[in-house]
Design a binder for this molecule. Sequence first.
Ligand code: DGL
Length: 268
Amino acid sequence: MNFPIGVYDSGLVGLSVASRILQTLPDERIIYFADTAHVPYGERSFEDIRVFSKAIAGFLIDKGAKAVVAACNLSSAVALDILTDTFPQIPILGVIEPGARAAVRAANGHPIGVLATTGTIKSGAYQNAIGALDRSIPAIGRACPRFVPLVESGMADSEDAASAAAEYVQPLLEAGCRTIILGCTHYPFLIDPIRSAAGQDVTIVDPAEETAAELAALLLRRKIAGDGLDSAHEFYSSGESSGFMTLGSRFLGRTIAAVSHGDLQGAK
Ligand code: DGL
């Protein structure tokens, strides 16, 4: 029961998903992997993402993870099938299906807009997941290549961020979207400019919230929920880890005192 929940992302920002999981499941222990050797994932080939994701999930499971959450949208979009095939004994959750479910619930039949990286939009994963839930709801994807660099460079409050948000959100509003999915781990950090561009009447869905709720239900169903007796979270990084503790602590909302190197044997 007190085995950890493995969570991974291309970088540090997925710690905000881990934070959401800990808010929902305070008795759980997290083991987090940041693939800093390969970040950003957004413009890489799907094959690369599959290789990295498989190596990371294997690493987390070797460390005792009782469940794995792919916090990264692109990895969830293109690698979830290979992960569930490779590790059938461990429940593995992505963020796409929970995000799509929350959006369809909120959409009331209106089109749903999806903001995501180029790769996630190209994969069609959100569009397919929404279509599988309700074929009558159009899903309109919008690749947002300006967003990740803005968050990475600490410019989430800048005029550039406001203009990027307006550029990406406006076509979704024109298409009649009343619900917008933040389909990338970085985008919740742009909630202010996105909200300003979208207006107050649009529902903005952060898939992390629904993912945490689905994880909670899964742990209960399988009777593997933690009992809070062990809260020694662990943090791994495949590459550069300077800044992990300061920046990572901000994303996680609690202090990260140590980061270890995580070797992804052969995943170059
Ligand atoms: N973590 C990725 C995602 O959620 C975005 C950042 C990246 O491109 O690495 O899709």
